[in-house]
Design a protein around this ligand. Structure first.
Ligand code: DQA
Length: 143
């Protein structure tokens, strides 16, 4: 099964970006972690990152058309992008919303997500370890 992991704005700077909040793992390390976890689970995992909202919308259309599950860390778009929500709402396979940090412990504007009520599940605050956990869940539960 093909599974997409989509990371939104500023997540390409993992490792350099606010390490006290997001940790020391780089995006490249995260890609390797997801791909190797996928191989262990028999999943074909493709990880992409973009700082451009329209690009993410296009990728979500691709996943919707392909019937693929998605692990989505939409970064700041989580909190306000109706365009990303509308694209994610077209998925037929499971959608896992993921945040590296515990957004509920942070600023008020991070407490609301426009994605959570259309997501199958939400993983928050477990650091980059959330990604392999999301993939494990999909390997057991997505068809
Ligand atoms: C984030 C949390 C968002 O509030 C923030 O804008 C991000 C990353 C996380 O993974 O913790 O860019 O989604």
């Amino acid at each position: 099964m093909k599974v997409f992991v989509f990371n939104g704005p500023n997540l390409g700077r993992l490792g350099k970006r606010e390490p006290a909040v997001y940790g020391a793992t780089t995006h490249e390390d995260l890609v390797a972690l997801c791909v190797s976890t996928g191989a262990e689970l028999g999943l074909d995992v493709e990880v992409r990152q973009t700082d451009h909202e329209g690009e993410l919308v296009g990728w979500l259309h691709e996943a919707a058309d392909g019937g693929n599950p998605v692990v989505l860390n939409a970064g700041a778009w989580t909190h306000y992008s109706i365009a990303v929500r509308d694209a994610a709402a077209q998925l037929s396979a499971p959608l896992i919303e993921l945040h590296i940090s515990n957004v509920h412990k942070r600023e008020q504007f991070r407490h609301h997500s426009v994605l959570s009520d259309i997501a199958t599940g939400v993983l928050v605050g477990l650091g980059v370890d959330g990604y392999p956990l999301a993939l494990r869940w999909l390997a057991s539960n997505a068809k």
